[in-house]
Design a protein around this ligand. Structure first.
Ligand SMILES: Cc1cc2nc3c(=O)[nH]c(=O)nc-3n(C[C@H](O)[C@H](O)[C@H](O)COP(=O)(O)O)c2cc1C
Length: 427
């Protein structure tokens, strides 16, 4: 197993202000990050001078990856594409990725998924304006640690300068700053962000360009599709031209909110992948490893994101699946010697190590034990009656379920999973 519990403090923006690096954090920086900071903090050196001084120097820049270089404000489109791939390759070309989920893809959950096969993860969407204004919000909503990489930090925004200010705070601690262009909820309509920016493409362009020109890490975007395929392709190309280095495509439109009812459109994702030159990730309908294989094959995408199914089964990317996805007569069905209560206990231990708000923990308990609660609803009622949670109480819930013999195994099905490797094609 790849997971190691780090003996390091949490990195939260309070301690992570890139403009005033603290000495402890400096030791966590990679050499290129430290270089980038030095460059940044040296007022006598103009970034444009560094990047644009002569052709020879520019060629050298092109051979380096993002982390090694300053913002790409004067690179040609071609060089940006090369740089996007160099960065992706440097990260090991992650294929199995934890999607961004508000209140749900927080540090302990990401670490659990990483232990069980995830190659990379997104933070939950962070509100860029609140992130710049509130230390409390930053401390609660963004924590990370050295092992929490590769990491996409996602923001919603509608003001390029505010977004940049927020992104600057996290850039030393992530591999991409991601813009949420897909949230279809009413709150996003009211706040004018997420998928509602699809009505204002010039604003989206300026959000991307401003980050690309000023950040040391690459910029990625997560989008929904338009009802019309040509609109989707034009949109994706606009993002690539604006400097976006990686695009995650959720194959549903803004109006297709019910994910259980509407299948994601993998054909549209394939069309986007075929039209772009940067890495493209597919999102939608990844419920087990056969879906991963099928989706990579159908779309040609460079990786997949999974959200809802991971909440129920954080070991999905390690090949485990809930009974629902293994028909009873399946010969290859095997008890995986792991169940959701085991996973919950691991998650709770991670929460003790990496504290997060209780509302997030509560949400995960319901998701991971949902099937178990259907068999023993009185235990769910006890949980709901508990307005203040403690770890002791939550461990006792697991013990009670186990004593009741409600062991619902996760299954390991021999699948194509073994043929999907992080840095090669699915074969
Ligand atoms: C609880 C929850 C929270 C989510 N929060 C975000 C978010 O913060 N940012 C985002 O881009 N998408 C968010 N999504 C959407 C997912 O990232 C993903 O695009 C969507 O669920 C489709 O993937 P799936 O079919 O694997 O569930 C969220 C989804 C869920 C279920």
């Amino acid at each position: 197993m790849r997971f190691k519990i780090p003996n390091l403090p949490l990195l939260s923006p309070k301690t992570l202000n890139p403009l005033t690096p603290n000495p402890h954090m400096a030791s966590l920086l990679t050499a290129p990050e430290a270089q980038a900071r030095n460059l940044h903090s040296d007022p006598t050196r103009d970034l444009d001078d560094v990047l644009c001084s002569d052709q020879h120097q520019q060629q050298e820049e092109q051979q380096k990856t993002f982390a090694d270089t300053a913002p790409s404000r004067c690179l040609s489109g071609e060089s940006r594409i090369e740089r996007a791939w160099a960065h992706w390759s440097k990260l090991g070309r992650p294929k199995l990725i934890v999607a961004p989920m508000v209140d749900n893809s927080e540090l302990p959950f990401r670490m659990l998924c990483r232990k069980y096969g995830a190659d990379a993860a997104y933070t939950p969407m962070l509100h860029s304006r609140i992130f710049t204004e509130s230390e409390k919000y930053r401390d609660q909503e963004f924590t990370t640690c050295k092992e929490d990489r590769p990491l996409f930090v996602q923001f919603c925004a509608n003001d390029p300068e505010v977004l940049l200010e927020a992104a600057k705070r996290v850039e030393p601690y992530c591999d991409y700053v991601d813009i949420n262009l897909g949230c279809p909820q009413r709150i996003a309509r009211r706040g004018n962000y997420g998928a509602f920016l699809m009505d204002n493409l010039p604003l989206i362009k300026s959000l991307v360009e401003n980050l690309v020109q000023n950040l040391h890490v690459p910029v990625s975007c997560k989008v929904r599709i338009f009802p019309d395929l040509q609109d989707t392709i034009k949109y994706a190309k606009m993002l690539e031209d604006a400097g976006c280095s990686l695009l995650a495509v959720h194959g549903r439109t803004r109006d297709e909110k019910d994910q259980k009812k509407v299948r994601a459109n993998w054909d549209a994702i394939k069309a986007v992948k075929n039209s772009l030159r940067i890495p493209v990730l597919a999102n939608g309908n990844i419920r087990h490893m056969d879906d991963v294989h099928d989706c990579l094959e159908a779309t040609g995408a460079d990786g997949v994101l999974s959200a809802e199914s991971l909440l129920e089964n954080p070991a999905l990317f390690a090949g485990f699946r809930t009974a629902q996805w293994v028909p009873g007569n399946e010969e290859s069905k095997k008890d995986g010697k792991l169940n959701q209560a085991d996973l919950l206990v691991e998650y709770l231990k991670l929460c003790e190590q990496y504290p997060v708000p209780w509302r997030m923990i509560r949400a995960h308990v319901h998701k991971m034990l949902g099937e178990w609660f259907r068999i023993h609803p009185h235990i769910r009622e006890d949980l709901n009656a508990q307005s203040i949670l403690t770890f002791e109480f939550l461990y006792s819930i697991v013990d009670r379920l186990r004593e009741l013999g409600a062991g619902i195994p996760l299954h390991l099905k021999e699948t194509n999973a073994a043929t999907i490797c992080a840095n090669g094609l699915a074969n």
